[in-house]
Design a protein around this ligand. Structure first.
Ligand SMILES: Cc1cc2nc3c(=O)[nH]c(=O)nc-3n(C[C@H](O)[C@H](O)[C@H](O)COP(=O)(O)OP(=O)(O)OC[C@H]3O[C@@H](n4cnc5c(N)ncnc54)[C@H](O)[C@@H]3O)c2cc1C
Length: 499
C-alpha cells in the first residue's frame, strides 16, 4: 500500500517521548520502525512526578513488574491529593481516587449522606472512603477484593528522570532506535505540507512517514514548523510560572500529594523514596520570582537540595493536536498546571487515541478531525475541573482569589455547578477522566453543599438511614488494622519481589 506508514519518528526524549515510543512499539509491534531523536544539550523539563491511577494501564500494557517499577523510579504510593487552604486558610480536604460509601444504581451515596445531614446526623463524607482512611493513617496495602466496597485505586509519585530512563531502557530493549542529536532543520514537502526529514547538527538526516512531536513546550514541529497556533486560557487560570526544588527525604513518606494554596498560587509537596519534590505554581502578576522563592523555601518540610528552578508556562492547548502528519504529545500539545497531576495522563491518553485512530493507508482528514475533536474535549474537561478549585473559593486575603471567585467561567462548568448546588446532581462526560466522585469531593471540599437530594434517598426511615451509614462506615474501616504503614509496605514489597 503506497501511503502505508513504515516509520514513525518521535521527536524528544522526555516522559512524553519515551512513553510514546514504548507504547507504540509494544502495541504496533514490528510492523513499523520507531526512531526517537533527542538532544542531551537541551535536556528534559525534569518535573512531573505525581500521577493518577490510569498510569497502571500503561504499566500493564508494557508488562512492567510493579515492584521493579517502584524500585527503579524510587516511587511511592499516591492515594489522594490533600488540598490545604483552598476554600479558606486553615482548612483542608482530600480529593481521593476512591469513592465514598457503596454505589447504588440510581441514587449515589452522597444523596443518602446529604439527607441524613439535613435531618441532623452530622458525619464527614470522607469517613466512608477507604482511600481517605488510609491516607490519613499513612497506611497502604494492595487490596485484592471481591466486594467493590474495599476497592482502593491508587497511583504513584516517581522521580521523573528515573522514569524516563526506565522507559528508555524498556524501549531500546524492544527495538526502538535512539538517535542523539540537535535537530536544526525540518524538511517539509512543498505540496502536502507533511514533515519529511529532520536534519541534525552533525549533518545526519532522519526521515519518517509520521512524526510524534514530544519536543516539550517549544513545540518544534507542531508550532515552529507547522504554525498550528495556540489557544490561551490565562483568563481562567492566571498562574503562568512555576518554581521547583527538591528537598531531603522526609522521615515518614505520606501516601498522598499535598497541595497548599498561598495568596497567589499554590505549592506541591510530593514524597519520593529518596527525596521530596516541591514547587510553587504562581501568577507573575502577583509575585516576583524573589517573592516566590522566599515563599517556596520557607515552606519546605525538609532542607532544600539545590537552587529553585524557574519554569515559565502558558496555559492552553495547540489548536490542532494532530496537524498534517504530526501529532503533538506531552507539553508540545498544551499545558495545564499540575494541580490534578494530569499531564502524564494526557500523554498516555493521546497515544491510546492515536493507536485507536492509527492511519492505515495514509493520513485522512476524517481521522485527524476525530482525533482533534476528542483531544479538545478532553483538555477542556480537565481545564474546567482545575478552574473549579480556584473559582469556588471563600478566601478574602488577596485580590487574586477575589478575582477568581468573580470571573466568568466556561458554560459547561457553570451548568455542572448549578446542577450540583440544586440537588447534588452529577453528570459524567465520556471523555472526562474525572469521574463523579472526583467532582463530588472537590465541589464539597470547596464549600458547595447541595440544597436538595435525590428522592430515592427518602426510601429509608431516619433510623434505617443512620444505621445503614454507621454500618458502611464500620465496614470501610475493617481492613485498616491489618494494613502496614506506607513505608513498611514499600520496604516489604520492593524487597520481597526483588528477592
Ligand atoms: C512545574 C511543572 C510541574 C509538573 N508536574 C507534573 C505532575 O506532577 N504530574 C504530571 O503528570 N505532569 C506534571 N507536569 C508535566 C510533565 O512534566 C510533562 O508532561 C512531562 O514531563 C512531559 O514532558 P515532555 O516530554 O513533553 O517535554 P520535555 O521533558 O521538555 O522533553 C522535551 C524533549 O524534546 C527534546 N528536544 C527539544 N528540542 C529538540 C531539538 N531541537 N532537537 C532534539 N531534541 C529536542 C529535548 O531534548 C527533550 O528530550 C509538570 C510540568 C510542570 C511545568
Amino acid at each position: 500500500m503506497e501511503n502505508r506508514i513504515k516509520k514513525v519518528v518521535v521527536v524528544g526524549g522526555g516522559t512524553a517521548g519515551w512513553m510514546s515510543a514504548a507504547l507504540l512499539r509494544k502495541v504496533l509491534g514490528a510492523q513499523m520502525a520507531i526512531e526517537l531523536v533527542e538532544s542531551d544539550a537541551i535536556g528534559i523539563i525534569g518535573v512531573g512526578e505525581a500521577t493518577i491511577p490510569p498510569i497502571q494501564n500503561v504499566n500493564n500494557v508494557l508488562g512492567l513488574d510493579e515492584a521493579e517499577f517502584l524500585r527503579e523510579t524510587r516511587a511511592t504510593i499516591k492515594l489522594a491529593i490533600r488540598f490545604e487552604n483552598w476554600r479558606v486558610p486553615g482548612e483542608s480536604y482530600y480529593h481521593t481516587f476512591g469513592a465514598p460509601g457503596r454505589s447504588q444504581a440510581f441514587c449515589q451515596f452522597h444523596h443518602y449522606w446529604n439527607r441524613a445531614r439535613q435531618s441532623g446526623y452530622q458525619s464527614n463524607l470522607w469517613e466512608y472512603d477507604l482511600n481517605y482512611l488510609c491516607a490519613e493513617a499513612g497506611k497502604f496495602a494492595r487490596m485484592q477484593v471481591k466486594d467493590p466496597i474495599w476497592e482502593m485505586p491508587y497511583a504513584y509519585h516517581f522521580d521523573s528522570g528515573l522514569y524516563g530512563a526506565y522507559l528508555r531502557k524498556y524501549s531500546e530493549q524492544h527495538g526502538v532506535i535512539r538517535t542523539e542529536g540537535l535537530i536544526e532543520q525540518v524538511g517539509i514537502h512543498p505540496e502536502s505540507g507533511h514533515v519529511e526529514t529532520l536534519t541534525l547538527k552533525n549533518g545526519r538526516r532522519v526521515n519518517g512517514d509520521f512524526f510524534i512531536d514530544c519536543s516539550g513546550m517549544r513545540g518544534l514541529l507542531i508550532q515552529q514548523h507547522l504554525g498550528t497556533g495556540y489557544e490561551d486560557w490565562i483568563h481562567w487560570l492566571p498562574c503562568d510560572r512555576a518554581m521547583a526544588v527538591p528537598s531531603q527525604r522526609f522521615e515518614k513518606t505520606l501516601p498522598f500529594t499535598r497541595s497548599i494554596a498561598h495568596t497567589a498560587g499554590w505549592q506541591w509537596r510530593i514524597p519520593l523514596q529518596h527525596r521530596n519534590g516541591n514547587g510553587l505554581v504562581y501568577s507573575s502578576n502577583h509575585y516576583s520570582d524573589d517573592e516566590a522563592a522566599s515563599i517556596l523555601l520557607s515552606n519546605l518540610d525538609s532542607e532544600a537540595l539545590g537552587e529553585p528552578k524557574i519554569i515559565p508556562f502558558r496555559t492552553g492547548r495547540a489548536r490542532k493536536q494532530w496537524n498534517r502528519n504530526v501529532v503533538a504529545v506531552g507539553l508540545s500539545s498544551g499545558f495545564l498546571e499540575p494541580l490534578e497531576s494530569t499531564s502524564i495522563y494526557l500523554i498516555q491518553s493521546a497515544i491510546v487515541r492515536l493507536l485507536h485512530l492509527f492511519p492505515h493507508a495514509g493520513v485522512t482528514p476524517e481521522l485527524v478531525a476525530e482525533y482533534n475533536r476528542q483531544s479538545q474535549t478532553e483538555y477542556e474537561l480537565i481545564r474546567d475541573f482545575i478552574i473549579l478549585h480556584y473559582h469556588v473559593n471563600e478566601r478574602d486575603d488577596s485580590q487574586f482569589w477575589r478575582d477568581l471567585r468573580n470571573m466568568d467561567i466556561p458554560d459547561r462548568l457553570s451548568q455542572r455547578l448549578q446542577l450540583f448546588r440544586a440537588n447534588g446532581g452529577l453528570f459524567q462526560d465520556q471523555l472526562d477522566i474525572f469521574k463523579d466522585s472526583s467532582w463530588l469531593q472537590v465541589m464539597l471540599g470547596q464549600g458547595i453543599v447541595p440544597r436538595d437530594y435525590h428522592p430515592l434517598a427518602d426510601n429509608l426511615t431516619d433510623v434505617q438511614l443512620r444505621e445503614s451509614l454507621e454500618k458502611i462506615k464500620k465496614i470501610k474501616r475493617e481492613p485498616l488494622p491489618q494494613m502496614p504503614e506506607h513505608d513498611q509496605f514499600l520496604e516489604m514489597y520492593c524487597r520481597v519481589k526483588a528477592g
